[in-house]
Ligand binder design. Sequence first.
Ligand code: ZN
Length: 136
Amino acid sequence: MEKFKQKMMHFMVGRYGIDKLYYGLLGVYLVLILVASAMGAAWINFLALAVVIFGFYRVFSRNYAKRRAENDAFLRLWNPIWSWCKLTKNRVRDCRTKVYHTCPHCGVNLRFPRKKGKHNVDCPRCGKSFEMKVWF
Ligand SMILES: [Zn+2]
C-alpha cells in the first residue's frame, strides 16, 4: 500500500491537480446526470461523461498555463454568480431587520437597519448622499 502511495505521488509530480474548475465540472456532471435521469435522455449521460473526463484530464495535465487560464475564465464567470448567491442568502436571512440598497452614485451594495419611511443616507464609499424609501 505504501508503495502504491509513493507511485501515485511520483505520478502526480508536475501535474496540474485539482482547482475550482474541477469542482465546477463535477457540479455540472451531477446536474447533467440528474437532468438525464429526469428526462430519460441517454445522450445527456454521454455529455456528463465527457464533462467528467475533461475534469480528470485537467487534473493529470502537465500544461499548467492552459489549465490556469481555463480556471481563471471559469472564476470570472463563477465569482459574480457566487457573490450574488451569498448576497441573496444574506438578504433572506436579514430581511426582518435589515434593508439592502444600492448606492445610485457608485453602485456599491449597502445594508441599513430596517426603519420604515424616507431616509437621507450618506454612502460610506463615495460620500455622496441619496434618499431611500423603506416601504415596510
Ligand atoms: Zn456610493
